[in-house]
Design a protein around this ligand. Sequence first.
Ligand code: NI
Length: 256
Amino acid sequence: MIFDTHAHYDDKAFDADRETVLRSARESGVGLILDPGCDVESSRAALRLAEGHEFVYAAVGIHPEELDCWGEEALAELRELAEHPKCVAIGEIGLDYYWDDSRKQEQKLLFRWQLELALELDKPVIVHDREAHGDCMDIVRDYPALRGVFHCYSGSAEMAKELLKRGWYLGFDGPVTYKNARKTLEVLELCPLERILIETDSPYMSPVPMRGKRNDSRNLRFVADKLAACKGVTPEEIERVTMENGCRLFGIARPE
Ligand code: NI
């Protein structure tokens, strides 16, 4: 049984067949799914999905690309949603200088506010870091008690070593199956098995051979296969250990 620790089933890409996809993912051996929110609205939607499905959990947070939606009211609501029993993390939060680097200060402020919320509620965080490695590290260093995952890890090997030393997990997604994955595979090599999470980031980032199509948790096995080949273990071992890792980090009981 496999744990997809990052899949946006609240996304409108699944409006037409969400229940069918979830059911078939479940039937194909997906034991757990974590759906992280990107703003207040999608955090609420993720929690609704989690309420309706025993094997779905949610994280709540405001993504750095959703800067326009935050203010006092949004943060108050987020805090309230974070107390929901099926909210297991704060995410997805972080910095993204790829799409827009004109509001870095605001991104950092929002990131810090949510990291502090995570500490206050004693929850792990799911970090989105795109082209913002240095600033993400600077901020994370300010909160040594914080734990979480750098989702779809894209930083350097050096940065990975520091994160691992600080107790963080690294998330690997479809891009490990792409031709230009060399840097990520180097990181994978140095990352101990017990700190690896596997994710689809559905509906985005479909692995080879599904690249270009809408992604869903059934494709997670392609990521697991690639990781197994790189680490010299069986895909079953990757499934088992990443399930254990996800349950440990997010405080979820392992499914039978
Ligand atoms: Ni995501």
